[in-house]
Design a binder for this molecule. Structure first.
Ligand code: 13P
Length: 247
């Protein structure tokens, strides 16, 4: 009942030359799963022109629809150039821009007002995991970052352990399963079983072709949010293929 989603977060990587990679990714898209690429904002219009059935998203938005906020981008602006999703509360935004759960919640409301699907990220640091605080941290981030009114159509949650991002370190499948089951239970408790079961949960952090199969087999993993391995079709197409094969 939940459509699988293979999502790529290009972070601050890619110029117009990289649009050819998105075009090459369209060849792996079968229609049985959803595929999303979130390039840097200047590439969204170009990405839309080559993306076929691949959805295009932003990596952040401001909480306000317009105004005197130099350098910021509103959710409506993303929607206007064809974005359907926006990543919010990524740990790099939380760290680099001091984004707090309150900010992420306000941005999520703004995204919904612009009819964007919010991909809200949560995840613990290594110190938090070692102190056995993982579930407390994730629970707090979920409660603080997700507004009332979430549905399976307007929200995707990405579990991205900070220590697994860009490091090549991946939690065990048991560790991933524990957190995903916990997130599912939290969503069901807060939003009711129907909504809670319909929100897709992505795992993110050093996903690549060689570990995708085992990650996609974990309970309550509905896909992945991929950084480095989403930058080229050579790396991302096998991940799309693995998610298709997990159906
Ligand atoms: P990597 O796949 O490069 O570890 O990045 C994960 C991530 O942060 C996706 O948002």
């Amino acid at each position: 009942m939940r459509r699988k989603l293979a999502a790529g977060n290009w972070k601050m990587n890619g110029t117009t030359a990289a649009l050819a990679e998105i075009k090459a990714m369209t060849e792996e898209v079968t229609g049985d799963i959803d595929v999303l690429i979130c390039p840097p904002s200047p590439l969204i219009t170009g990405a839309k022109s080559v993306s076929g059935d691949i959805a295009i998203g932003g990596q952040d938005c401001h909480a306000k629809p317009s105004g005197a906020h130099t350098g910021d981008i509103s959710a409506a602006m993303l929607a206007d150039v064809g974005a359907s999703h926006v990543i919010l509360g990524h740990s790099e935004r939380r760290a680099d821009h001091d984004e707090q759960d309150d900010d992420v919640r306000a941005k999520t409301i703004a995204a919904w007002e612009a009819d964007l699907i919010a991909v809200v990220c949560v995840g613990e640091t290594l110190a938090e995991r070692e102190a056995q605080n993982t579930l407390d941290i994730i629970g707090g981030q979920l409660a603080g970052s997700i507004p009332d009114g979430a549905t399976g159509l307007n929200l995707v949650v990405a579990y991205e352990p900070v220590w697994a991002i860009g490091t090549g370190k991946v939690p065990t499948t048991d560790q991933i399963g524990e957190v995903h089951d916990f997130i599912r239970a939290k969503l069901e408790r807060r939003f009711g079983a129907g909504v809670g079961r319909s929100v897709r949960l992505l795992y993110g952090g050093s996903v690549k072709a060689s570990n995708a199969d085992e990650i996609f087999a974990v309970s309550n993993v509905d896909g992945a949010l991929v950084g480095g391995a989403s930058l080229t079709a050579a790396d991302f197409n096998p991940i799309i293929k693995a998610l298709n094969a997990s159906l």
